[in-house]
Design a protein around this ligand. Structure first.
Ligand SMILES: [Fe+2]
Length: 331
């Protein structure tokens, strides 16, 4: 087909004729877009969702029989938001996954530009993550970071399967495009590495014992938006903020909504979270998605800890962070 010239375009007799010629050269009329490019407030592209650790445990135990860490880079289960057009992200910018490693296994080291962290759910002494050649201990309740381009592999020298939750900013990196991934040098063969005891003395580890100590001295705020909370890091990573929230039994937190995306993981206890009118009953290890601009609040039924994983640092850095408390009548 002949590419339309300046004169061909100038001589278009109708709008339809003009649209046809423009289409051939990759231009669209801004006044006749098929879908709007601006709208008054954030859309509900991602919805409220809840994933249960109990179910994930069953699936991971099956996966333990069916696939090993030689074949699978990681034995993990992706928590994808059930929004119509989505098959990967938990919310727009972040993805969460359950992961399991069996006794004696080694999930080989690699590094990538996406930032990652994990909340340990069940493990025994001897389970570790190798971050840049240092063995970091993984105990239940601990949070471990592997920021952008840090090499990391997972080992299990204990006698029990170890389970944790991973959180990554992969969907954001996919959107922005700076994705790099490569296998890392294997330090594991070195004798010094084999015999080194795992440590928690690292800026990449937030041990649960220290987090609990900090919560004990934090200003109590049982009915605030976040309950009583402490931040892990400031922020933990360039794109991801982390807060451990302590909820008091039967104290309802203040409903609010924010342009930031939030994922909540129950580190302890039981309770309910209501997101945009949907009520989820959770227990330890469960995950709740509260995508951008959906009002939500929590109410524990017993002493509970929620890890809040949020893209707030991105929204704040870019000037897109907004927060508001909707009128109580909207619930
Ligand atoms: Fe990784």
């Amino acid at each position: 087909m002949q590419v339309p010239s300046r004169d061909d375009l100038a001589q278009s007799g109708t709008l339809e004729e003009l649209y046809g010629k423009l289409g051939q050269i990759g231009i669209a009329p801004g006044w006749a877009k098929s879908t709007p490019s601006l709208w008054p407030a954030p859309k509900k592209n991602f919805g409220p969702a809840h994933w249960k650790y109990d179910q994930a445990r069953g699936a991971l135990d099956a996966a333990g029989r069916l696939i090993n860490t030689e074949l699978a880079e990681r034995r993990n289960l992706i928590l994808f938001n059930p929004a119509a057009t989505n098959s990967y992200g938990t919310v727009r910018t972040l993805v969460a996954a359950y992961q399991m490693i069996m006794p004696g296994e080694w999930a080989r080291a690699h590094r990538h530009t996406p930032n990652a962290l994990r909340l340990i759910l069940d493990s025994e002494a001897g389970v570790y993550t190798d971050v840049n050649g240092v063995k970091l201990a993984m105990e239940p309740g601990d949070v471990l970071l592997t920021p952008n381009w840090s090499s990391h592999g997972h080992g299990n020298d204990s006698r029990a399967c170890a389970y944790w939750l991973d959180f990554l900013d992969v969907p954001l990196v996919q959107l922005l495009e700076p994705m790099f991934f490569e296998p890392a040098e294997e330090d594991k063969a070195h004798e010094a590495f084999e015999t080194a005891p795992p440590t928690k003395d690292s800026p990449f580890v937030f041990p649960i014992a220290e987090t609990l100590k900090r919560l004990d001295t934090a200003a109590p705020d049982p009915t605030g938006r976040f309950g009583t909370q402490v931040e892990l890091g400031n922020p933990a990573m360039d794109t991801i903020g982390l807060h451990m929230m302590r909820l008091s039994p039967r104290a309802k937190t203040t409903p609010y909504r924010t342009t930031a995306n939030n994922i909540y993981a129950a580190a302890k206890g039981t309770g309910t979270t209501t997101v945009d009118g949907e009520r989820f009953e959770w227990s330890r290890g469960d995950v709740i998605a509260a995508p951008a601009w959906l009002p939500h609040h929590h109410e524990a039924t017993e002493d509970a800890l929620l890890l809040r994983v949020t893209d707030e640092p991105v929204m704040k850095r870019l000037g897109f962070y907004r927060v508001e408390e909707p009128a109580p009548t909207s619930h």
